[in-house]
Design a protein around this ligand. Structure first.
Ligand SMILES: C[S@@+](CC[C@H](N)C(=O)[O-])C[C@H]1O[C@@H](n2cnc3c(N)ncnc32)[C@H](O)[C@@H]1O
Length: 231
């Protein structure tokens, strides 16, 4: 299937990856935030966990330190190199996989938890749905998917205000330059929250909670229903 010539080329922006890696190679409180999220998600020793678009591997390593067996998946070799260095420093055992949302290898019904943070927007909407269906297939029935991304909360006629607020917020709070905001809007594929919600529920996920917060941040907690349970 992956050899089909119409399949989306996830590596099209890979030329930027070492620049992106340098942005993420810095110290902050992301380990504490990852630990809090994983605790909220109930991670247990022996769980099989995947972080897709794992970036510098902070969340993957925290899950491993909590006793999970972790697949740290990212399309960018530069990011996985950082993840491996971080894992070595933290003495965490993770299994890195250089693959994307559309190509990661999985056994059906095998993961206890999948996390993907700020990565889905790299795919156009059609391919987002394909990726979400793969994640659904990879999860055990009853298991959770924790999705976070940059999404628009407004209706299409409100995007200018959304983008202005988001630019102001990220430049002030996240050390981003205006060019980063412009490049995101111009070259990446953030979409509306209602589009993401519809994709998720049509695929079969149960939406356990949705939180739209800060300008343009969406956090979704989803469950793959067990057979006989309603989605
Ligand atoms: C904005 S970073 C987020 C990294 C990390 N999850 C975090 O929240 O800090 C996006 C990551 O997604 C990766 N990525 C881009 N396209 C991808 C794809 N199609 N599949 C998997 N990872 C992808 C990038 O290499 C990068 O590491």
């Amino acid at each position: 299937m992956l050899a089909r010539d119409w399949y989306y080329t996830q590596r099209r922006r890979l030329g930027l990856d070492s620049a992106v890696a340098s942005i993420y190679d810095r110290h902050d409180d992301s380990d504490e935030r990852a630990r809090a999220a994983l605790t909220m998600l109930g991670v247990q020793r022996g769980w099989r966990v995947a972080d897709i678009g794992c970036g510098n591997g902070v969340l993957a390593c925290e899950a491993a330190l909590m006793g999970a067996e972790v697949d740290a998946i990212d399309i960018s070799p530069a990011m996985l190199a950082l993840a491996n260095i971080y894992a070595r420093d933290r003495k965490a055992v993770i299994r890195t996989q250089p693959a994307g949302l559309l190509s990661f290898a999985y056994e059906p019904n095998s993961y206890d938890l999948i996390v993907s943070e700020f990565t889905l927007h790299h795919l156009p909407d059609f391919w987002k749905a394909v990726a979400l269906a793969r994640i659904f297939a990879a999860l055990k029935p009853g298991a959770n998917f924790y999705l976070r991304d940059i999404v628009f909360v407004s209706m299409p006629d409100g995007i200018e205000r959304d983008i202005d607020q988001w630019a102001e917020f990220t430049i002030k709070n996240h050390d981003f330059q205006r060019e980063g905001v412009v490049a995101h809007m111009r070259d990446e594929y953030s979409t509306f929250g209602w589009v993401i919600e519809r994709m998720l529920t049509d695929i079969g996920f149960t939406l356990e909670s949705v939180d739209y917060h800060a300008p343009l941040h969406g956090t979704y907690l989803l469950r793959k229903p067990k057979p006989g349970q309603q989605s």
